[in-house]
Design a protein around this ligand. Sequence first.
Ligand code: GN1
Ligand code: MG
Length: 391
Amino acid sequence: MVIKGISQEQLQEIRRVQEHFEGLAGKIMSIEPIDNGRINKTYKVAISFEGAGFKAFIFRAINTHVFKNFVAMMNNTQIITEHIRNKGETTLYFHPVIGELTCESPTVYFDAQTQKYWTVCDYIESRTKNTPESEADFLALGRMIGKFSLQLSDLPKEKFEQIVETIPDFHNTPARFKTFEGILADDEYKRSKTCMEEITFLVLRSYRADAITHPLERGKIPKRVSHNDTKLNNVLFDTYTGLEKTIIDLDTTMPGTVLYDLGDAARYACNTESEESVEAEKVHFDSQKFAYLVKGLLTTMKEVITQREVDMLVDAAWIITYEQALRFLTDYLDGDKYFSNLVPDENGRMYNRETKNLERARVQIALLQSIEEQYCELTQMVGTIWNQIQN
Ligand code: GN1
Ligand code: MG
């Protein structure tokens, strides 16, 4: 058995998880922790089945601090994946638990010993990318966002209504700002004095916080099922063709707008630096990459996207970047309760970096500035792309 970086206790736990799900009765051949998320603990587990070869699975312990309503989250996932699978398209398959339920969800096993909640899904053979490498990657990401939206656009009304907001106000930027104000007023960790410049920057822009929620609540832009976490590493690429296959990490899929998805993708992928960079001064919003992303999205959604949505694509990038800056700075002021600040030191040893979430906020602020500087060009560019696609 090949095991990388896990303890005996973790191994025992994984074995217990294996026993409690359908379709996993075989011999564990390897376990590999997957560490690219900041929220859930995830492992890739390969199991060999007598006479039937190997299969890999994703075992995941849900972060119940973030996903308090994980029963609804898994119910959403079930509705979404079933709908996509029924179209014959690739999506995640979650295994049901065996026997008596251990919690309210039929696809979640509660491990009483560790008090953790686990899910298991099939591993989809594919390639993932943390950073986009080429024009093709940006086009693919844009197309994938559009495709996901389209895949769910014909959900029957009663199914759509069953999809609940698992994290209320997730992309409600005005609500995020209110939270920020509250935490700032308390200043429990006495950190506000170390980030007055960043606080001022965000407060000065708060009048625009409702740029999406205002038209959305008034029906000026359509409510669509959105993924809400469209970082490139959630897109699976076909190993052979290199084309987008599906999008994973469906935890935050909720009723929303496609603007959230395009905005988040742009925030993450069009940044010339990584989200984790400590050199905010190098951050730049790459307009060419944004153009590819927009082109991918609009070619896929051209039959359904509204003019108002197209007009708001640059705002979408701005608002989601603004919101992420708020979220990181709020968490910094709040003592790093949400986003882990555990990072490696120069010797690779993990430690809690007190300024990590402030540094993350600085990167988002620099990106926001760069979007603002290019606002007119970006808007014109979207118009040109849209014209070309329509003609
Ligand atoms: C979180 O865990 P990860 O990296 O998939 C967060 C996103 C943030 C992102 C910032 C449920 O996603 O909203 O944009 O960190 N997910 C949740 O890196 O809060
Ligand atoms: Mg995620």
